[in-house]
Design a protein around this ligand. Structure first.
Ligand SMILES: NC(=O)C1=CN([C@@H]2O[C@H](COP(=O)(O)OP(=O)(O)OC[C@H]3O[C@@H](n4cnc5c(N)ncnc54)[C@H](OP(=O)(O)O)[C@@H]3O)[C@@H](O)[C@H]2O)C=CC1
Ligand SMILES: O=C(O)[C@@H]1CCC=N1
Length: 274
């Protein structure tokens, strides 16, 4: 691969995406990470054989693609700091920041770039990511293909037709791993409460989660069909699921996802109003 990519920010999510790229044999020589924390940079260089620098200069930014991977609250300052070193160059700009609209990026980094906004998730680290992507009208078909090929190294991708749908993606797959981790934590605690030791509880929960996800993907059956197959009438699963219904699990999950989507939306308002 000779496409050069610069990551601005070398934190959790950048690391996950870089891991995906390197596992897909993307050359480390073609990946540069701008990360002000020199220790973090060194860890990335050692772990993934990528180039790292602590600040941007015009040579660093001579790349085909720039991935903006800093916290949303930092993005304005970071973009404004890139304007001068970028000069007249027009790399494809890919932002992974939650909640920050392309309108903000245009204002801070320049109106005449082609922008892709996406929402990856942390399982990208092991190539099992799920990323929602949106491209503005200035993005060419070749650039769309390029963005898709980069993000696919980390797992599956799904394009959305409206930028506003990225808030729904954030609430679904962006934050989603944390929902499942929280559920695993709760199940582990429940298993320990029932008498299992910590290791056994953890192993049983994690392999059950893996088995359920694999079965749902590989069988192609709807999760509701698979749930029904586990649930014998009058049996143990029905007794547990009755408790979910009594606690209105569906409404709780819907409220949690609505809160995530609405936080993405309010982040945008906060950041653009500043
Ligand atoms: N974590 C997740 O699951 C997901 C996160 N995202 C998005 O990804 C983005 C990054 O999140 P995440 O990786 O979790 O955050 P991290 O804090 O782990 O990473 C951000 C990195 O950017 C560095 N940084 C700070 N200032 C600058 C600068 N001026 N130039 C370059 N780098 C800088 C930070 O360094 P230092 O720590 O020294 O300040 C840090 O290493 C966010 O916008 C988030 O919304 C999207 C999908 C999922
Ligand atoms: O919690 C967050 O804001 C980021 C975006 C999606 C996952 N983590």
């Amino acid at each position: 691969m000779s496409t050069s990519i610069v990551f601005v920010g070398g934190g959790n999510m950048a690391t996950s995406l870089i891991s995906g790229l390197r596992n897909a044999d993307w050359s480390g020589d073609c990946i540069t990470v701008i990360e002000p924390d020199a220790d973090k940079g060194q860890q990335l260089a050692a772990g993934y054989a990528v180039n790292t620098v602590t600040s941007a200069n015009d040579r660093t930014l001579d790349a085909d693609v720039i991935v903006l991977a800093v916290k949303p609250q930092m993005l304005r300052e970071v973009c404004e700091g890139l304007v001068e070193p970028l000069g007249d160059r027009k790399p494809l700009i890919v932002s992974i920041a939650a909640g920050v609209p392309i309108a903000g990026l245009r204002e801070w980094l320049g109106a005449d770039h082609a922008y892709v906004r996406c929402m990856p998730n942390t399982p990208s680290l092991i190539g099992a990511g799920a990323t929602g992507i949106y491209a503005d009208d200035a993005v060419t078909d070749d650039q769309r293909t390029l963005a898709d090929s980069i993000l696919k190294t980390a797992g599956m991708t799904a394009w959305v037709a409206e930028e506003s749908l990225l808030d729904a993606v954030t609430a679904t797959s962006g934050s989603g791993p944390a929902y499942f981790f929280a559920f695993m934590e709760a199940m582990q605690a429940g298993a320990i409460e029932l008498g299992l030791d910590e290791t056994t509880a953890r192993e049983l929960v994690l392999h059950t989660a893996l088995g359920a996800a694999r079965m749902a993907i590989e069988s192609g059956d709807d999760p509701s069909t698979l749930r029904e197959k586990v649930t014998s009438p009058g049996g143990t699963t029905a007794a547990a699921l009755d408790q979910y219904a009594a606690g209105d699990l569906n409404a709780l999950v819907a409220r949690a996802m609505e809160a995530a989507a609405s936080r993405a939306d309010s982040l945008a308002t906060e950041l653009l109003d500043k």
